[in-house]
Every structure is written in C-alpha cells, then in structure tokens.
Design a protein around this ligand. Structure first.
Ligand code: NAP
Length: 225
C-alpha cells in the first residue's frame, strides 16, 4: 500500500521550473500561492528532493494562520510532515525546513549515507534508510503509508518528479503554467532524469481541469491506470 501521490509545480510557458542557475523564481501569483497553501494544509506530508533544499532552502510550512488553525482543530500538527529525499545526507543542519514551524521531519537516505551525518541530522529529523545507492522511492512511500501518511504532496524538483513517474508512483499532477519564457537547455523542467525513449513507456495522463489563474493556466492531470 502507498499514499495518494500528488505532484504540484509551477513552470514557465516553456516548461522550466527555474533558471539554468537553479535560482528560485516567481512563476505564479497570489491566487496560485493561496491554492498551494490550501493543498499543503490538506496533505499529510510534503516531499522535496535534496536539490530543491540546496537551491531554494524552502521551509515548506503552511503560511495562512486560518489554515494552520483548521489543522489543529482536526487534531493535526500545524504543518504536514516534511520529507527530504537525500541519499547522501547532504541536507545542511541549518536548512529552514528543519527549524521553521512545528511538525515532524523525515530525511530519507540510502545505505551509503554517512552514519555520523545521520546522527547529527537525527537531532532535527527522523532519518530513514531505503535503498543502497539512491533512495528506493517505492520502499519509502510504502513506509510512509505505514506511518499513517495517506496524502503525499510532492513539490519538486524535476529530478525527483521524474524518478517518481518512472517508478509509477504518481497519481495526480497539478501544474501552474506561468506567463513567461525562462529558457536555457539545462534549466530544470517538470520531469528531468533520463527520460523515456519508447512511446509505450510514456506516462499517459487524463486532463481533469484547465482553468485561468493569475496570469497563467492551472492544469490538473490524473495518471491513467
Ligand atoms: P530535486 O529533484 O529537488 O532533488 C534531486 C536529488 O534527490 C537527486 O539529485 C538525488 O541527490 C536525490 N535523490 C535521492 N534518491 C533519489 C531517487 N531515487 N531519484 C531521484 N533523486 C533522488 O533537484 P533538482 O532536479 O535539481 O531540482 C531543483 C530545482 O528545481 C531548483 O532549481 C528549484 O528552484 C526548482 N524547483 C522548482 C519548483 C517549482 O514549482 N517551480 C519546485 C521545486 C523545485 P542524491 O543522489 O545526493 O541523493
């Protein structure tokens, strides 16, 4: 068993998640920001790859006081469980998501991660090992299910999203398409990694909705099973 996995990203009209320098950029607007905050507040956990932590240092906290209050009323912690996929435990000890806001944190690493780093980061987060080289994502998500996580939101980046699609672990994709071109052949996209070569390996999607939002479009896709 595994949680419902929902990928949410904002990309430019040319499909980039950020610049070729991997610096964070503003792609969406206020309405999308509120939508994402609400989505986060309705999730049991939020997952990012270590590349996103190193590039953006996100806190992954809920911003709206009303949404935080609602979670507390439901008997939940103020913030969903924050999860970093980080084979070698490169996560800095002062990363914002380890310190800002209440709530549990999990760092998923592989068996090759340094035990000393594990004990240092263990002061701020639960360290869980899955896989020998990279994090075994199928094993990780099934372990998250066992911890009671039913709705897992994935915020990026492109390397982690690709790996989740490749392992057939995504159920839904929400993508805000912003009104700008970023360009750059090495700039991160929605799904990077190796890419599929054969058409029969492409991940088929069904369009659930397409709505104007801010100065762009919000697309919601369901993975066809
Ligand atoms: P990422 O996807 O956040 O993290 C990728 C890293 O995760 C890998 O390099 C790998 O590092 C680790 N990992 C561990 N196990 C893995 C597995 N089984 N499969 C895949 N990865 C695994 O990094 P990224 O692709 O560089 O994306 C970061 C960029 O995306 C930044 O520029 C950020 O600004 C942007 N971003 C944009 C949005 C948006 O919505 N616009 C959202 C998030 C991020 P190790 O081998 O060291 O473990």
């Amino acid at each position: 068993m595994r949680p419902h996995v929902w990928v949410n990203v904002a990309m430019s009209a040319d499909g980039k998640l950020s610049t070729r320098e991997r610096s964070q950029v503003k792609i969406s607007g206020r309405d999308d920001f509120s939508r994402v905050d609400r989505l986060k507040s309705e999730s049991d956990a939020i997952m990012v790859g270590i590349g996103t932590v190193l590039a953006d240092d996100p806190s992954l906290t809920i911003k709206s006081p009303a949404l935080k209050e609602k979670r507390k009323e439901r008997g939940e912690e103020e913030n969903p469980v924050r999860i970093v996929v980080d084979s070698r435990l490169r996560c800095p000890g002062d990363a914002s998501l380890l310190h800002k806001g209440e709530g549990r944190r999990i760092i998923a690493c592989s068996n090759r991660a340094d035990p000393e780093k594990a004990s240092k980061l263990g002061a701020y987060a639960t360290i869980t090992r899955a896989g020998d080289e990279h994090v075994d994502l199928a094993e990780l998500v099934s372990r998250l299910y066992d911890l009671g996580i039913r709705r897992l939101m994935v915020e990026g980046g492109g390397t982690l999203i690709w790996a989740l699609f490749e392992a057939d672990l995504v159920d839904e994709l929400t993508c805000f398409v912003g009104n700008m071109i970023i360009g750059g052949e090495t700039a991160p996209t929605l799904a990077d990694g190796g890419g599929f070569i054969r058409e029969d390996r492409f991940v088929p999607l069904d369009l659930d909705s397409a709505d104007r939002m801010d100065e762009g479009v919000l697309l919601t896709w369901k993975v066809r099973r």
